[in-house]
Each structure stands twice: as C-alpha cells, then as structure tokens.
Design a protein around this ligand. Structure first.
Ligand SMILES: Cc1cc2nc3c(=O)[nH]c(=O)nc-3n(C[C@H](O)[C@H](O)[C@H](O)COP(=O)(O)O)c2cc1C
Length: 208
C-alpha cells in the first residue's frame, strides 16, 4: 500500500509534486468521533501506517515518541479500566458517565495512543522532541486518510490522567500526545471556519 523505506543512504527526492497529495492536504478534515466504524486497519495495515507516520522531522534522530495500539478486545479491556478510573476519581459519578467512559475506546475499530517520550538529559530541547511527537500524530492522520481511513486526534481526560498513564506503562517523563481514532468514516464533517490567514502571517522586515 505504501512504498517500503529505501535503504539508508539512498538519495531521496526533496519534493514530490502530486495533485492527489495537494488535495489531501488542502482538503484534510478529521472524521467525527461519532461516525467511525468497522472495518479499521488490520494489524499489518496499522503497522504500515505507523511506519509511515514515524517519518517525521526529528532533531538529532532521537525518535522521542512511541505508539500504544488498542485493537479488538483490548479496547473493551481499556474501556473497563477507564470506567473504573473515572468512577474512582469522580465523586457522585452517575452510572451513565461510567458507561460512557467504558465506551470511549469503542468509538473506532483502532485507537492509537501516540506517546511523547522525550529524553530530558539530551541537548535537543524537550519542546522540540514534543513537537516531533505532534508531527507523528498529524502524519498518522494524513497517512490514514491517504490509505482510505477516517481519523481523528482526541485527548479528552484520558490523556491527562495519571492513573491512565500508569495503566499504559508511561514513565514520569512521558506524556500522551493524543489518541488517534482510526476506522471507516460513515459520513464526512462539514467544512469548519478557518482562520483569516492575513492575521496569521507576518512578512518580517527589519526595523527601520
Ligand atoms: C492535541 C489535540 C487534542 C485534541 N483533543 C480533542 C478532544 O479531546 N476533543 C475534540 O473534540 N477535539 C479534539 N481535538 C481537535 C480535533 O482533533 C480536530 O482537529 C477538530 O475537531 C477540528 O477538525 P479538523 O482537524 O478537521 O480541522 C484535538 C486536537 C489536537 C491537536
């Protein structure tokens, strides 16, 4: 589906003009978390998506990120833990909310936690390492779209909960960059408002 990585040292094209790639980028839109269903990428297809997603800019080649996947029954088990954690941390939690927590990983056939895994002792700033993890999340969405899958990047409370971090085996230095939900999108999302780019772009000139 995706070309294999060429041998190390192969001279690579610095640009790859493609009308399809331009459309993919210019028209990119997340899927709705309410409209992702089976089928999702198979384990092999997912491995390929993750390989492609990992081709991000990475200062000093630290690969400061990793993936935890939730596929099949693992989502049910994760959901049970989320329900337990939500219940334990929410005084007076209603059973409806606990049920909802259990269902969070079930909203797509495949969920990928992208873990930011910076080396704090390294001279590459942690900020740069974390940005690389963000690039992985976006690259995963784009790779998934290019392969025909819908995807959405969500954090929600799970990404910031210390018990979830412990359950997933994160070290003290690691953080969840996002949960990427992947599957078959049953409908598209409407175009959303976009920023006025003239307010976002400054063409710098030296002070006079
Ligand atoms: C780090 C990060 C975390 C996000 N977490 C959530 C979230 O928890 N819930 C949510 O509805 N959208 C979340 N979003 C936004 C969606 O991923 C998505 O970008 C948004 O719905 C707009 O759609 P678009 O990507 O098609 O522009 C998050 C985005 C980022 C970058």
């Amino acid at each position: 589906m995706f070309p294999p990585a060429p041998p190390v040292g192969t001279t690579m094209l610095p640009a790859r003009p493609s009308a399809d790639a331009r459309a993919l980028l210019a028209l990119r839109r997340s899927a709705s978390k309410h409209h992702l269903t089976e089928p999702g990428p198979s384990p092999d297809a997912l491995d390929e998506l993750l390989r492609v997603a990992a081709r991000v800019p990475d200062h000093r080649k630290l690969s400061p990120w990793r993936f935890i996947t939730f596929e099949g029954e693992a989502r049910t088990a994760f959901g049970k833990h989320l329900a337990r954690i939500h219940d334990a941390n929410t005084p007076g939690a209603e059973s409806r909310d606990i049920l909802e927590a259990a269902g969070l990983p079930m909203r797509a056939p495949v969920v990928v936690a992208v873990i930011s895994s910076p080396d704090r002792t390294h001279k590459t700033p942690v900020w740069e390492q974390e940005l690389s993890a963000g690039a992985v999340c976006q690259n995963l969405l784009l790779a998934a779209n290019a392969a025909g899958w819908g995807g959405v990047w969500l954090s929600e409370w799970m990404a910031f909960n210390p018990e979830v971090a412990r359950l997933l085996g994160l070290t003290d230095d690691e953080r969840i960059a996002g949960f990427i939900y992947l599957g078959t999108a049953t409908m598209g999302c409407p175009e959303r408002p976009r920023p006025d780019m003239s307010e976002k772009i400054t063409r710098w000139a030296p002070p006079t």
